[in-house]
Design a protein around this ligand. Structure first.
Ligand SMILES: [Zn+2]
Ligand SMILES: [Zn+2]
Length: 165
């Protein structure tokens, strides 16, 4: 799943939204009035991502493993397409992190930043958002329009901090 394609689809879906690691900054943009109809497979994928709960970040491969355990006949392409569809519907968030091998998916929720451990690759949520007023000010200074903000901190997690390699 390529970051650029995600961005283009998201901005055509909600042109004025500020996106924060795939999360819309304004909470009213995240509410879905009626849950859209999902195919049986897409519903399964949605349930799997939701069951993991907030704070978990799954790669496409991990979602596929979970899906296969639940429904052995499901194909990798279906899982891939399902995640893209759910992302476009705003039901799951896709996050691209610097240094990570693949995109991650998490249940839709409040905007937040991420911490990624460069040693073990663990990804954690950080309850922090750049204030929309700050983003607006930065855009104004440049005469630019900012369509997406993503904040990732990188370093070593508590478990990896003291280790050599
Ligand atoms: Zn670590
Ligand atoms: Zn997250």
């Amino acid at each position: 799943m390529h970051a650029d394609s995600a961005f283009v689809e998201m901005s055509s879906y909600e042109p004025v939204a500020l996106w924060y690691n795939g999360c819309a900054v304004s909470p009213k943009m995240r509410t879905t009035a009626a849950e859209p109809h999902l195919t049986k497979n897409y519903r399964l994928i949605y349930d799997l991502v939701r069951e993991q709960g907030a704070g978990t970040h799954l790669s496409v491969a991990q979602v596929y493993q979970l899906a296969k355990a639940r429904r052995p006949g499901i194909g990798a392409t279906t899982v891939y397409r399902g995640l893209a569809r759910l992302r476009d519907l705003g039901l799951v968030f896709e996050i691209d992190l610097p240094g990570a091998e693949s995109a991650y998916f998490e249940p839709a929720g409040s905007a937040h930043a991420h911490f990624r451990c460069e040693r073990c690759g663990k990804v954690e949520d950080i309850a922090y958002v750049l204030a929309p007023s700050v983003v607006e000010e930065l855009a104004r200074e440049r005469g630019a329009e900012i369509s997406e903000v993503s904040l990732t901190l990188q370093g070593r997690c508590a478990a990896c901090k003291g280790r050599r390699a």
